[in-house]
Design a binder for this molecule. Sequence first.
Ligand SMILES: C[S@@+](CC[C@H](N)C(=O)[O-])C[C@H]1O[C@@H](n2cnc3c(N)ncnc32)[C@H](O)[C@@H]1O
Length: 389
Amino acid sequence: MDHRSVESFFVVVSPGLEEICAAELAALGLGPLAIEPGGITFSGRLRDLYLANLHLRTASRILVRFAEFTCSDFPELFQRGVRLPWGRFLRPEMAVTFRVTCRTSRLGHSERVAETLTDALNRALGRPLNAAGASPQLVLVRIVDDRVILSIDSTGELLHRRGYRQAVTVAPLRETLAAGVLQLLDWDGTIPLADPMCGSGSFLAEGALIARKKAPGLDRSFACMTWPGWREGLWKLLCDEARRAEVPSAVVIEGADESLEAVAAAVENCRRYGVDDQVSISCRPLTAQPVHTAAGLVICNPPYGKRLAPEADLRGFYRDLGLQLRRAYPDWRLAMICPPGELPAATGLDLRQIARLDNGGLTVGLFATGHKQQASSGKTEDSFLRCKK
Ligand SMILES: C[S@@+](CC[C@H](N)C(=O)[O-])C[C@H]1O[C@@H](n2cnc3c(N)ncnc32)[C@H](O)[C@@H]1O
């Protein structure tokens, strides 16, 4: 891809994070933006593609939509395919994977579409039929009503893989979701943050990056780095600018979990993120949390679904969760992600649903109280359920 050409980009986003990701793009000066379910389209140049990969906290991947045409049979698809500008993105030695979806089209056989385009690509690049290699470049093909759209993935490994997190516990959140939740709650790193059920520490580490204004893509590689038009100098310039824009942060970020294993994972992840000097993590159940007098934001991702023992009373768990949060964080804003319905209501907290999100294929809501929570009587519940040791 040439640095002068204007391209059409599609930013793939997990459901519910589209608006927040669009706000991130706008803050980078990119646009105009068109938001659609599952993503955002905008036009830009190579620099804009690099900026998006480097800075976006909530996107999954960034595609370059490089061809669009109408086609209704395989010989024509082959002919069209041979003429596509593959050489702008691919070198002859690179392996390629086609991911095809077809809907209401005469080209309805996705495997055959992939085979035809592979043959066309090999012919165009003058390479052998079975070209294979490590880390294949992903090309997405979407065919709807005989209209074929081809996009090439500039990201490679999905953006939630910041290159930091290694240690995981049960049901870790994707980093992109954790960052999106904090931004949906308008947490900008100026008030304390606590996650008293922190698991592997996704909210804590992402919070620290937000507070320091650190670009999440600084320490990883991207698929577009292997393209013929890769501009190392431009990338380095953008990385240097991003590093200069970082700010020191002393905001309190605090995590806890009743599981020793989870705490060890969270500590290790914060160390790898380079934010362990800012984040403090302790091993204790929520019932043992002291009363926090200062105000801030509590965010948690309590257990739900299959992770609780079958006989467990989820509603009881959430009722006790509400009581304990109110006791330990009387003046804090309280927020959680969990399935919509009975559970948030069972907490007894005055929760409002802020967003509908997807957590690993499960629909969840983001729920939060207003900015100030009424102080409780201080009563604690012995029955508070321990779900995982
Ligand atoms: C769904 S996981 C959180 C995952 C986390 N958001 C992450 O990204 O890794 C729920 C966590 O709550 C913790 N937990 C459950 N009951 C608890 C309690 N009573 N007190 C403190 N932690 C608890 C579990 O040990 C588990 O790590």
